[in-house]
Design a protein around this ligand. Structure first.
Ligand code: PMP
Length: 323
């Protein structure tokens, strides 16, 4: 028997997740100077790294110790900042870590996860890792949710989890308040991924609602707004009943000493980061206008730090390659 036959069969059949290509390897592959490349394809923060974060990391004197498994300092900072009880907050190695943790908590093989593509690929991918079924209810042409189809799918497929992204990746549209209410009325847990919400109008986030809501989880990340994608730091706000179970299964040291330190610094410098956020929003609008002059591009309005363009009469892969 070949050794790989011992691997769980659904993993052998699973297509690999396609992460973004690191910029230094891109420079090497195309023999281009690293300094000459502008990298915008992973929705990172182009104005980072920030000096105050670098200085705090350089001053760390405890990296030979295991991190605080509870992420106490970061959770306290987040609790103050959002006025959300610390007991509802869990931090980890990026929002990806928390997506995985939620699935680990809920999914038995053949359980259903409701997914609304086009959207972030990690929900369907992670569902596959747990041998769950990702049932797709595609978004409408304007990328809004098809609530009638979602409600029908909930009746027939009984998903345990519904994943929704707002602003959505890849288009940057927001979940409407009415749609959120309809989702919350369903017999499922709604996981709302707000990875890009800092680039949306103030008041868009529903993070403060979570403690009063039994079936809402909100995920956030420091990768975009705070420019910490490489350090892996994200967090979620969860109903209390779920927190008790999450603490049991969380990898104790998933939030590294460096990640927690950088996260706390970011919250302490939130005003500065919000000013950078405003600059990114202004650049988004400038680019949105500038791209209008290409008759073969349809640019979608976005509330995130990226723009989606539909190409008309041209091959998107070829244009990407040229860029
Ligand atoms: N959610 C969405 C919608 C994303 O687009 C991304 C990053 N591409 C993530 C989560 C992952 O965030 P993190 O870097 O915190 O794992």
């Amino acid at each position: 028997m070949p050794r790989y036959a011992a691997v769980r069969s659904h993993i052998i059949d699973l297509p690999a997740y396609e992460p973004v290509f690191p910029i230094n390897r891109l420079a090497e592959a195309y023999h281009l100077p690293l300094e000459g490349l502008v990298k915008l394809d992973a929705n990172e923060n182009p104005y980072a790294p920030f000096e105050f974060i670098r200085a705090a990391l350089a001053g760390l004197d405890n990296i030979h110790r295991y991190p605080d498994p509870e992420g106490t300092a970061l959770r306290a900072a987040l609790s103050d900042y959002f006025a959300v009880p610390v007991e509802n907050i869990l931090a980890g190695a990026g929002a990806d870590d928390l997506i995985d943790l939620i699935m680990r908590l809920f999914l038995d093989p053949d359980d259903c996860v409701l997914n609304c593509p086009p959207t972030f690929g990690m929900y369907a991918f992670d569902a596959g890792l747990y041998r769950a079924r990702a049932v797709n209810v595609p978004r409408r042409a304007d990328f809004s949710l098809d609530l009638e189809a979602i409600e029908r799918a909930v009746e027939t497929e009984h998903p345990k989890l519904i994943f929704v992204t707002s602003p959505n990746n890849p288009d940057g549209s927001l979940l409407s308040p009415d749609d959120l209410e309809r989702l919350l009325a369903l017999p499922a847990i709604v996981v709302l991924d707000e990875a890009y919400v800092e680039f949306a109008p103030p008041g868009t986030s529903v993070i403060a609602r979570v403690p009063q809501c039994e079936n809402l989880v909100v995920l956030r990340t420091f990768s975009k707004w705070a420019g910490l994608a490489g350090l892996r730091v994200g967090y979620g706000v969860f109903p209390l009943w779920m927190m008790a179970q999450l603490w049991k299964i969380k990898q104790p040291y998933s939030l590294s000493v460096a990640a927690e330190c950088a996260g706390v610094e970011a919250i302490q410098h939130a005003d500065e980061l919000n000013r950078v956020g405003q600059k990114i929003i202004a650049e988004r609008e400038r680019l949105f206008q500038a791209l209008q002059k290409f008759s073969w591009l349809k640019v979608y309005p976005s509330q995130a730090n990226f723009l989606l363009c539909r190409l008309m009469g041209r091959d998107a892969a070829a244009v990407k390659q040229t860029l």
